[in-house]
Design a protein around this ligand. Structure first.
Ligand SMILES: Nc1ncnc2c1ncn2[C@@H]1O[C@H](COP(=O)(O)OP(=O)(O)O)[C@@H](O)[C@H]1O
Ligand SMILES: O=C(O)[C@H](O)[C@@H](O)[C@H](O)[C@H](O)COP(=O)(O)O
Length: 170
């Protein structure tokens, strides 16, 4: 199973994604590291990406997903996937499970303001919401709670016991 954690910048994709992958006992990747340097520079400068900027990035991510599928491994990918068309590039045959981390700007803006060591300019949050097309066919999880609680909700929605839970017979 390939799980894509989607949502605007600061919604918790990386934080929750790493925890979720550990819980599922599978690999984790962050779409941030698939951006070409020019995209990173734009976002750092507070300039929103456009569809042309995102095209090669999405193609590289789709190739990575196909690689995991061919290996037959589960994988968690943190990727904003803001528009329906982007999600269709990532999952042309509906082979990816999307989990939408849903939260308001009021919740996310202070988290972004407090985050350090990231290239993303927090001023882009408005444009992230303007670009976002909320998914209709995703697991939706509210982010106004702790990362562990969010992971619990995702695991329950996926219907997958964690490896530890299986071993404990629960
Ligand atoms: N559920 C949460 N509660 C409180 N803080 C959170 C939560 N999820 C993420 N954060 C914090 O918010 C910031 C943005 O989270 P991050 O995982 O980097 O989001 P994204 O990968 O979607 O941009 C980080 O500093 C992170 O520690
Ligand atoms: O398509 C985009 O505009 C970007 O992918 C964007 O959505 C993403 O959020 C940035 O790469 C910042 O990374 P974080 O989401 O980790 O802040």
């Amino acid at each position: 199973m390939i799980v894509v954690l989607m949502g605007v910048s600061g919604s918790g994709k990386t934080t929750v994604g790493m925890l979720l992958a550990a819980r599922l006992g599978c690999g984790f990747s962050d779409a941030d590291s698939f951006h070409p340097p020019e995209n990173v520079e734009k976002m750092h400068a507070g300039i929103a990406l456009n569809d042309d900027d995102r095209r090669p990035w999405l193609a590289a991510l789709r190739a990575a997903i196909e690689g995991w599928e061919q290996q037959g491994v589960d994988h968690v990918l943190a990727c904003s996937a803001l528009k329906q068309a982007y999600r269709e590039v990532l999952s042309p045959a509906g082979d990816v499970t999307f989990v939408y981390l849903r939260g308001s700007a009021d919740v996310i803006a202070p988290r972004l303001a407090a985050r350090t060591g990231h290239y993303m300019n927090p001023a882009l949050l408005d444009s992230q919401f303007a670009t976002l097309e909320e998914p209709r066919d995703a697991i939706v999880v509210d982010i106004d709670r702790t990362p562990d609680e969010i992971v619990d909700a995702i695991v329950a929605a996926l219907g997958r016991p964690s490896p530890q839970a299986s071993q404990a017979g629960t």
